[in-house]
Design a protein around this ligand. Sequence first.
Ligand code: FAD
Length: 466
Amino acid sequence: MRALPADALAALRAAGVELVTDGALLERFGHDETEGFRFPPAAAALPASTAQIQATLRVASRHRIPVAPRGAGTGLSGGALPVAGGLVLGLERMNRIRGLDRRNATIDVEAGVTVAAVDAAANEAGLFYPPDPASRESCQIGGNIAEDSAGPRSCKYGTTRRFVLGLEAVLADGSLLRTGGANRKDVAGYNLTQLLVGSEGTLAVVAAATLRLLPVPRERLTLVLPFPALESAASAVEEIFATGNEPAACEILDHAALAAVGGTLELPPALAGAGAALFLELDGEDPDALLRGAERIAAVAERCDGGEVLVAQDPADQRRLWRIRRGVAEAVKHRSVYKEADTVVPRARLADLVRAAHDVAAAHGLEAACYGHAADGNLHVNLLRGALPPDEWEARRDAAELDLFERVVALGGSVTGEHGVGWTQRRFLPLVASGASLRVQRALKAAFDPAGILNPGKVFTDEADG
Ligand SMILES: Cc1cc2nc3c(=O)[nH]c(=O)nc-3n(C[C@H](O)[C@H](O)[C@H](O)COP(=O)(O)OP(=O)(O)OC[C@H]3O[C@@H](n4cnc5c(N)ncnc54)[C@H](O)[C@@H]3O)c2cc1C
């Protein structure tokens, strides 16, 4: 790993930026939650203010040092990996809640605040922050903005971008960019706020954000619906929405995912032998309306061969059931070496996607465990290595993944629903982005970061895209 110039390190220290340069202490900045990748940086800078982020980027820009912005490192597409070496810019010390405005129902937070902490602060004011990725206890709001992250409640409330009203961001040359603000409407100029959402740390570093909050729904109801097979669960999803229901969350787990989480948590008997399950949340003001909704959904389940529906009204019972859904990702990943494909299709094609996932896995002699956000047509297809030798696994995995994404795109879908393109999905981007689209995206990158120091190696492959 090429060391950083001594005068760059001295300039960072002079600006008061905390630096990590010791090899052992740097280890944690060289990986995220994406498979087994390891890319140790030359150093990590941990600024504690927007001014220190600016100072860091000014120094990096002057010395042409690659900079990988990093939140909590829970990313699943390798976005925070310092693949070009250089500097990791960690936001963990930017963890202050600057203020909550009850009258406007907004909150101002620094990028390193965890999503759970944003929601907890909102709850104290009778409000809530809906985006709820399973990693919400650890992942940071800056990381969620960079990935436009989602969670079960995106079904009703939408993804992170719906809640970002304004940003304080720093460009690659160190200049400060303020976008949007607390206004609910603002069409002055291009919408740079929304351009930065989902830009994966390649256009600017998010230092702070103004987020929209909602009143906490008074009532919630959790339903768990077991099914004999994944296809019947996917058909039920289509019918639930086609019959006018609007759950807050609608999640799907296949047999292999249930078996994996069953190895770490106790499952209710109705789920133990199920071929698949749906986890739903209904929310609103009127408890009777929620119960009527639950009855309608139970009737759909029955028509789709579903088993006995579990209904939880008590918050402790609800939490117990949702722990099963939230524990799936970790449980699957501990079962075997895996490759996760973050597939997404229009919701009405979910049953086709489910079939395609299992067909592709079988055609390549691999096991698959699938789960995800059914309401968004977003299925995480985990291809499992099992007992295969490494070479054979890698060859089958790569061929199966390409096959799968080609099938997904043929269904009108895309190559990542919420985990981002990052480092691992770059080869698939041209399957969904035309030459014209890639040209515009590269031009935007060049406008924001002409020297190409910000998160190099991400989103685009090195080849010209035509
Ligand atoms: C167990 C588990 C469950 C998960 N569940 C979900 C889920 O339900 N839904 C979902 O969408 N994702 C999920 N994820 C993925 C991950 O948590 C999200 O992508 C999350 O937004 C990453 O946040 P982070 O703070 O860890 O960012 P990191 O992983 O550190 O970085 C992610 C990307 O954001 C960039 N970045 C980080 N901070 C900034 C910043 N301040 N400014 C500019 N760029 C920045 C990085 O460069 C990188 O490209 C899960 C991950 C795990 C491990």
